[in-house]
Ligand binder design. Structure first.
Ligand code: MG
Length: 161
């Protein structure tokens, strides 16, 4: 009998205006009029995804594995965090079945980048495109996300074992 595991992740980073800025989201560099304030590359989508994977296998959270006080992770490429989490999942004899991510921000517009994000995640996870979903929403200008003071992401995964 196949067992299924599920995991959920959430992440927020502050952003600040920068006319020549960019954001990293799902491993894709997106030109923007703001930049993230973070120890690593601040990829909230990948951080949420890593937490979802770690949650599914009972392996704690991203902060335990990659503390933001550790100079090794300064400006770190978050795709390395994802590869690490996937390797832990493999060690636990689990197989990723699907992933679903919601990016929450007022700007930049995410829709034009969704296909590139899915391609990037497909290459890293080995999932088929139909098993990768990326959504984007705003908070209707409400709160810190609506004021473009931050960017957030949620992720959920299913694994089989
Ligand atoms: Mg983070």
């Amino acid at each position: 009998m196949t067992d299924f595991l599920s995991g959920i992740g959430f992440d927020v980073h502050a952003v600040t205006p920068d006319p020549n800025g960019h954001l990293m989201l799902c491993g894709i560099r997106i030109p923007a009029t703001l930049r993230v304030i973070a120890h690593s590359d601040g990829d909230v989508a990948l951080h949420a995804l890593v937490d979802a994977l770690l949650g599914a296998i009972g392996a704690g959270d991203i902060g335990e594995h990659f503390p933001d006080t550790d100079p090794r992770w300064k400006n770190a490429d978050s795709t390395e965090f994802l590869k690490y989490a996937l390797s832990l999942c493999a060690e636990k004899n689990t197989v990723l079945v699907n992933l679903d991510i919601t990016i929450i921000c007022e700007k930049p517009k995410i829709s034009p980048q969704k296909a590139a994000m899915r391609d990037r995640l497909q290459k890293i996870t080995g999932l088929s495109p139909a098993r990768i979903n990326i959504k984007a929403t705003t908070t209707e200008k409400l709160g810190f996300l609506g004021r473009a003071e931050g960017i957030a992401a949620q992720a959920i995964v299913s694994l089989k074992c």
